[in-house]
Design a protein around this ligand. Sequence first.
Ligand code: 13P
Length: 263
Amino acid sequence: MRKPLIIANWKLNKTKAESKAFVAEFSEKIKDSQNDVDVILSAPFTSIETVVTELKTTGLDKVEVAAQDVSQFESGAYTGEINTAMLKELGVTSVIVGHSERREIFNEDNSVIKAKSEKVLKDSLKLIFCCGESLETREANKTDEWIESQINAVFKELDYSTIKEGQISIAYEPIWAIGTGKTCDSEEANRVIANIRTLVKKLLPENLAETVRILYGGSVKPGTIEEQMAKSDIDGALVGGASLKPEDFSQIVNLSAPKAAVK
Ligand code: 13P
């Protein structure tokens, strides 16, 4: 069984002061499940250093910090961009790539997402790759082929020779469930995730495929997580809105510990 992975995605929220206050409160609430659940906080760039420092200060040394984006470029004339070296210097260990908000609002297409994914992996950061269908795609019964095309676009022709076990996670986030309060039915989320697992086994070398954790994201709340984690193929969650409050997010983490979720 893969260890549960719960990721907070704060999106465009939390100043440094707010991030510090979050970690102080959160650390008290999850100390007991730190060893049973892998937890990652995806902070905005400006709060990353504060979060890394606060996690150390409060003794949450197992909790890691992710960036929500990164440049696909090495360095040079790319105004506004942040590269992998800058992130690693701050203590970042993972990067979210392919989130639907980056795809839709910032027009990142599969070629940009592939370039970013390759850069992250080549520079020894962990990749949190997101995929998910719109309501239109779902209603047209094209969910499975859509997800397959998003995954193929990145993982079909990747050089796996230098990628390490556990370096790749995938989050299935149906766009219509993000920030809407409409959680995808856990049976359906599990079905799509099981399909993703089959595809991952086809595309990746066996040792890597086994260690890929596949998460569900989209209106995950303390009241939904137990049912989701009890499903056969859901390895964790990528949480937006409910990750902003230490109380809610700590409940989600604590309820994801294997002793809480009976598989
Ligand atoms: P919500 O949990 O707010 O629906 O956001 C999900 C998400 O986009 C996480 O990346």
